[in-house]
Design a protein around this ligand. Structure first.
Ligand SMILES: Cc1ncc(COP(=O)(O)O)c(C=O)c1O
Length: 460
């Protein structure tokens, strides 16, 4: 039997359905027809998303170039039909100008020297930190990061500081425990960070810190940190202490545009398989502030760090230093990414930025997120324990929450099996995201109906 409260839940669900119909008519999904869906609709935030057809086609076309043009594609570029992206020049496909420009508009930088496509997020984090983290013996030898940061990032921080233990051994010092070299910035009991507290902790420990790595949108709470406020708050200590600041943009790329140049951070890394619908392991790329030179860091390099027009002239020897790239992201190039591994991301970013437009995307994403948030509140009332901050500027499109008395793991399976909706749970937390390019208001009302049915079926 339903509880008395359920009577009002019925009317809430009816109202939400009706609103979804109106909203879908008024604000139709921006690019739903370009995504491929099976029987389950993703509302999953951090998961892989559905294939984006223009990316799938561009990957196939890029593979075909070898068949039709043999060696020729090494030197020439070919239009990917309908996109501002060219493929085929394998030696410089990672800095394809149209695609770098599109990414620059989303990430907030203009200088093409600042970005290269390629490699996984952890690869880039490890490689860039290996270059930037140059610990001193007594001071400036810690990496500071969000205390609840994604485990893979924490693994990278630990392995980078282990890797530099030789610095201390060379000085005849005992090995430093990792815990002495890693500084965790604290969140509150819900995992939410205060920008003021982060600034205070950095100022208090400035003499110890070599590198700071922050996530702009935090994976387990959906909180968006005000990076500008943090950078403004710490700019003096960062300058005085030569501290390097980097950003993990895993949950920003394809979610919310950002402003790297304005922030003034030294580097950033990102991920292509969350909100830009690429396959797991497909690269995004890395950003290095274009005024950074080889003297500022010790990056590992391969032949791709050689200026492209000089690389083949020195194929049997090592490049002279003057023939290496002198600044920005190309300082950290090592090998060739497969063109097929990055062209899908390039075409996605071109679509998002140049075809749909960043403003239109954000507006639609906000409408969907607001509808989701209001629907959850109306349906769940006091049982909803929202973790993500509500204000649009303090979050992206991901909402993280708990439901009092509900096993969200079981709810996740119920939603998939009975309502064809996929969410993401890390019990006791559920994470949901309505994507501004492919989800509809109807998808959101299906999710809410599924939650309603689960509560009713379990007499909750
Ligand atoms: C915040 C964050 N950092 C790092 C990673 C790892 O990314 P990759 O597998 O590309 O190294 C993820 C993946 O989910 C992530 O969410």
């Amino acid at each position: 039997m339903f509880k008395v409260l359920s009577v009002s839940r019925f009317s809430v669900i009816d109202r939400l359905h009706a609103e979804a119909v109106i909203l879908d008519a008024q604000f139709p999904a921006l690019s739903r027809d370009k995504f491929q869906f099976g029987t389950v609709i993703p509302l999953a935030g951090q998961s892989l998303g559905s294939p984006f057809t223009p990316s799938v086609e561009a990957i196939a076309l890029t593979s075909q170039l070898r068949a039709t043009h043999l060696h020729q594609p090494h030197w020439t570029t070919y239009d990917i039909p309908g996109s501002g992206v060219k493929a085929g020049n394998w030696f410089d496909c990672d800095v394809e100008p149209g695609a770098v420009k599109a990414v620059g508009r989303f990430l907030g930088f203009q200088d093409p020297d600042a970005f290269c496509f390629g490699r996984g997020l952890s690869d880039n984090l490890a490689l860039l930190l290996t270059g930037f983290y140059r610990p001193k013996l007594d001071t400036h030898n810690k990496i500071a990061f969000l205390g609840n940061e994604f485990g893979s990032d924490q693994q990278v921080f630990a392995s980078v500081v282990r890797n530099k233990q030789q610095t201390f051994a060379d000085a005849g010092l005992p090995a430093k425990p990792e815990t002495d070299l890693l500084l965790k910035l604290k969140a509150d009991s819900q995992g939410i960070y205060s920008e003021d507290d982060i600034c205070a902790a950095i100022k208090a420990n400035a003499k110890d810190i070599a590198v700071i790595v922050l996530s702009e949108i935090v994976f387990n709470t959906g909180q968006r940190l005000n990076i500008q406020k943090i950078m403004d708050g710490i700019k003096d200590v960062v300058r005085e202490n030569n501290i390097i600041v980097g950003l993990d943009l895993a949950h920003v790329v394809g979610n919310r545009p950002t402003h790297l140049e304005a922030y003034g951070v030294h580097f950033a890394v990102g991920c292509s398989y969350k909100f830009t619908s690429q396959d797991a392991g497909n690269p995004f790329g890395w950003y290095i502030r274009p005024d950074i030179t080889a003297a500022d860091a010790s990056f590992l390099q391969g032949w791709k760090a050689i200026q492209s027009d000089k690389a083949f002239g020195t194929i049997s020897s090592m490049a002279e230093p003057q023939n290496l790239h002198q600044n920005g992201a190309k300082l950290a190039r090592i090998s060739n990414p497969a063109p097929q591994s990055i062209v899908g991301e390039q075409v996605f970013m071109d679509h998002l930025v140049n075809k749909v437009g960043i403003e239109a995307y954000v507006a639609q994403s906000e409408r969907l997120t607001t509808f989701l948030l209001q629907g959850l509140k109306a349906l769940l009332g006091d049982r909803l324990q929202l973790i993500t901050p509500e204000e649009p500027e303090r979050r992206g499109a991901t909402l993280c929450f708990k439901i009092d008395g509900v096993d969200v793991g079981k709810l996740e399976h119920f939603l998939k099996d009975h309502h064809g909706i996929e969410v993401d749970t890390r019990p006791p937390v559920m994470r949901v995201m309505a994507h501004g390019l492919y989800n509809t208001f109807h998808d959101v009302s299906r999710l809410l109906t599924g939650i309603f049915d689960f509560l009713a079926a379990n007499n909750l």
